[in-house]
Design a protein around this ligand. Structure first.
Ligand code: UD1
Length: 414
C-alpha cells in the first residue's frame, strides 16, 4: 500500500522528462511473443503493469531481462502461461491471446476480471478471432482458443483499443489478408504497428479506421523505442494549470495530444512547442465542456485529471464520459475536499471556483489516483492520499518525484 502526503504548491516550474507510454509498451511486450528472435525495447518505463506483463511473458516460456532502462525479450519457445494468477489482476494480460494463437495455434487464458472503472468484456477480441477461424470455449473462468488462423474481414462493433491490438497481432502471422474495419486509431495502435512492421510484418492503414494486414510466415527481432506517454504528459500539464505554473514536458508529442491541448487552451493555458517538447504556461481560468471519445477525441484516461483543473475555474464545466460506465469514482473524494461536482449518469457537472481543502482521500483506480494527487497540490493544507492497491505505481513512473522536481511537495510516506 502506498500513501502520499501532499502540500499546497504555489507554482510548478522547470523541466521534466516524459516516460514511454504504458499503453504502447504493454502491447509491444505481448507482440514480442510473435518472434523467436530477440527484441530490445529501449526506454521501457518502470511500472508495475510492465513488470506484470514481463512476468506473464516469463510464464509463457520467454526470457525477459532488464538492461538498465531497456527490456530484452527472447521468445524462442512459447506456450500458454503456466501460472495464471497475474493474468487475472491485469486487464492488458488479454493481449497475449492474439500472439499465442498466431504462433502456436492455441491459448488458454484466465479471463481478465472486471475492474473498478467498468465491466470491460473481451467479446470483441474473441469475436474477431472466431472470424479468423479460432474455436473458442469457456472452461471454468478461462477461455480456450484453438485453430490455425486465416485472414478475413472483421468489423469491430466498437473501436476497442485492446481488441484492435489483439487482432492485429493475430493477423500478422495468419494466412492471407486481414482487413480490420472500425479499428481503433490511438497513437498506441500506430506504435504497435510500427514495431510489428519493424519485425517484418506488413500492415498498412494504422491510425485510420481501416487497417490491412498481409500475413507473413515469420517475424524477426528488432530494437524499438516506444512513443512518449501522452497521458502522463497531459496529467502534468493539468498540474501546471492548477498552480499557474510554467513547465517544459520534454519529448511530449503535441500531435498525440490535440484534444487535451485544445481544452487546456480553452481554459486559458499558453502552449508552445519546440524541439525539446511542450511548454505549458499559466492557470486554468475558463470552464470547459469535455466529452470522452475514442481517439482523436478526448481520452477517457485524461477525464479525471482534467476535472480537477475544471474544479478550480469560476463557472460551470460539463463532462460526459462515454467510454467507461463507472469512471467518476474520483468525484466522491474530490467533493470530500470541497469540490462541488454532481454526477448524473454519464454526466458530471462541475461548479468550479471553490477552493479545495486538504483531506484524507483514497485512490480507486489509476487515473483517479493521479487526479487526487493533483487536487492535493492546489488544496489548502495537507492532503493524505491512500493508494491501497498501488494504482499509481501501475501507470505513472514516479509521478510524485516528477512533481517534486517541478517544485511540488509530495512525499511518499509508505
Ligand atoms: C485501453 C487502455 C486504457 C484506456 C482505454 C480507452 C491499454 C492497456 N489500456 O484499454 O488505458 O482507458 O483503452 O481508451 O491500452 N469493450 C467491449 N468489448 C470488448 C472490448 C472493449 O465492450 O471486447 C468496451 C469496454 O468495456 C469499454 C470500451 O469498449 O467500454 C473501450 O475499451 P477498450 O478500447 O477495449 O479499452 P482497453 O483496450 O481495455
Amino acid at each position: 500500500m502506498a500513501q502520499y502526503t501532499i502540500h499546497h504548491t504555489q507554482k510548478l516550474s522547470g523541466e521534466v522528462k516524459i516516460a514511454a507510454s504504458k499503453n504502447a509498451v504493454l502491447p509491444i511486450l505481448a507482440a514480442a511473443l510473435l518472434t523467436d528472435e530477440e527484441v530490445l525495447i529501449l526506454n521501457a518505463p518502470r511500472l508495475s503493469d510492465v513488470e506484470n506483463m514481463c512476468r506473464i511473458l516469463l510464464h509463457c516460456g520467454a526470457q525477459v531481462h532488464w538492461e538498465e532502462n531497456a527490456l530484452r525479450i527472447c521468445a524462442r519457445h512459447i506456450h500458454s502461461p503456466e501460472r495464471q494468477e497475474t493474468l487475472r489482476t491485469m486487464r492488458a494480460s488479454v493481449l497475449i491471446l492474439g500472439p499465442l494463437m498466431a504462433r502456436t495455434g492455441e491459448a488458454v487464458l484466465s479471463m481478465p476480471g472486471g475492474c473498478a472503472i467498468g465491466q470491460r468484456p473481451i467479446d470483441l477480441h474473441l469475436k474477431g478471432l472466431q472470424k479468423m477461424g479460432a474455436r473458442i470455449q469457456y472452461e471454468g473462468g478461462a477461455v480456450r482458443a484453438e485453430g490455425h488462423l486465416a485472414g478475413g474481414s472483421i468489423y469491430l462493433d466498437f473501436p476497442s483499443v485492446g481488441a484492435t491490438e489483439n487482432l492485429l497481432m493475430a493477423a500478422v502471422l495468419a494466412r492471407g489478408v486481414t482487413r480490420l474495419e472500425n479499428a481503433a486509431k490511438e497513437p498506441e495502435i500506430v506504435d504497435l504497428c510500427q514495431f510489428l512492421n519493424a519485425c517484418g510484418a506488413r500492415i498498412v492503414g494504422a491510425g485510420t479506421a481501416n487497417i490491412t494486414v498481409e500475413g507473413v510466415s515469420r517475424l524477426h527481432g528488432t530494437v524499438y523505442t516506444p512513443i512518449p506517454d501522452r497521458i502522463e504528459a497531459g496529467t502534468l500539464a493539468c498540474a501546471c494549470a492548477l498552480t499557474d505554473g510554467s513547465v517544459l514536458l520534454q519529448s511530449a508529442r503535441s500531435d498525440h495530444m490535440r484534444a487535451v491541448l485544445f481544452k487546456l487552451q480553452e481554459m486559458g493555458l499558453i502552449i508552445q512547442e519546440d524541439e525539446k517538447g511542450l511548454r505549458i504556461r499559466g492557470r486554468a481560468r475558463h470552464p470547459i465542456e469535455v466529452r470522452t471519445l475514442s481517439y482523436p477525441g478526448f481520452p477517457t484516461d485524461m477525464q479525471a485529471p482534467m476535472m480537477v483543473a475544471a474544479s478550480q475555474v469560476n463557472g460551470l464545466s460539463v463532462f460526459l464520459e462515454t467510454i467507461f460506465e463507472n469512471r467518476y469514482m474520483h468525484v466522491v473524494e474530490l467533493n470530500r475536499m470541497g469540490a462541488q461536482i454532481r454526477v448524473e449518469g454519464q454526466l458530471a457537472l462541475i461548479q468550479g471556483g471553490v477552493p479545495l481543502q486538504g483531506a484524507h482521500v483514497s485512490a480507486t483506480d489509476l487515473r483517479a489516483a493521479a487526479a487526487l494527487m493533483l487536487a492535493g497540490l492546489c488544496a489548502q493544507g495537507e492532503t493524505v492520499l491512500t493508494d491501497e492497491n498501488d494504482h499509481l505505481l501501475r501507470g505513472y513512473e514516479a509521478l510524485e518525484a516528477k512533481l517534486c522536481q517541478l517544485g511540488g511537495t509530495v512525499v511518499r510516506t509508505s
